[in-house]
Design a protein around this ligand. Sequence first.
Ligand code: 1CP
Length: 343
Amino acid sequence: MNKKLIATLNGTTHTTPPIWLMRQAGRYLPEYRETRKKAGGFLDLCYNSDLATEVTLQPLRRFELDAAILFADILLVPDALGMKVWFEEGEGPRLDGISNGFNINNLKSVSDIHERLAPIYQTVKNLSSEIPKTSTLIGFAGAPWTVATYMIAGKGSKDFSESKAFMFQEEEKFNQLINIITLATVEYLSAQIEAGAEVIKIFDSWAGVLSERKMTAYVYDPIVKIASELKKRHENIPIIVFPRGVGPSYKVFAKNELFSGLAIDTSIPAAWAKKELQNSIAVQGNLDPELLPGDGSTLKEEVENLLDNLRNGPYIFNLGHGITPKARPENIQKLIDFIRSKN
Ligand code: 1CP
């Protein structure tokens, strides 16, 4: 099979790297906004297999991308564990929240999550027969720490004060929560692999707000636990990890052979990634997504710097974080054309 992304994750170097973009399905696409309206709310869209299949494929119909990422959200795991999740229009996610009085003893048992998540597995199954033959299907989940921050605060956070207070002051309960999310994530990702996901990506978007010691305990260790259990069950599944914002600790992730790909955030210098990471692992990233809303004139120099540094080793072209709703689709086409012209 001729799948560039998988070959790269297995260590192959391509002069023209495989390309996909975080949040490639989403509000910057008019066809996404249409489908989302049809679905009702955002969660209704995630749980509707036909519509979720459709929005996953939308960016691939416009652009020649090497991967499709399952359309879902990291907050489906708390939802499936019985902590209510909803989206306030224009404000983002809301959850019952531990800091609002939700008792973690009221979470469902991990083996019960599949009932709620069954439509997601159906979406994966649909996609595995519908995506273009050269594209790779990526399944994903949030990492325990990032998911916990939403379950604790009941919303997105700027300073993570509720989550850190819970971590420092109620350590036993915090550990219990991390453990529940870890076990649920293993079951969720394993079911995605069984339904046809070819690569798994674990998003730890808020990894960078912890001290190194806490990062090791609550970011690195739980992700390693998830990855080693997945590898036990599915030996050849490539895993990409995104510990956003951990800076020099990216090196620790690069050296762990459980991971095949390391997604770097925008702050990591490409030359540093080449020197310190790429000898051990395929590197993915890290164009600033804020380059995509403008007139596109400064894209080329940034892309060139990435390619000059990283395309002589296993490299996956991507952004350093998700596409924003203001991104212009024509800039994405320009970006892809430019990368492919540099062979
Ligand atoms: O209004 C809408 O249509 C909802 C916007 C939206 C979308 C398109 C949300 C709400 N989630 C998603 C899809 C999504 N989320 C995907 C699949 C689509 C793709 O990548 O093409 C993925 C992988 C995610 C992952 C996700 N959700 C993360 C980790 C990655 C990251 O961007 O850091 C996080 C932190 C979330 C939580 C979440 N869900 C939605 C929003 C707006 C947020 C962020 C809230 C915050 O800023 O705290």
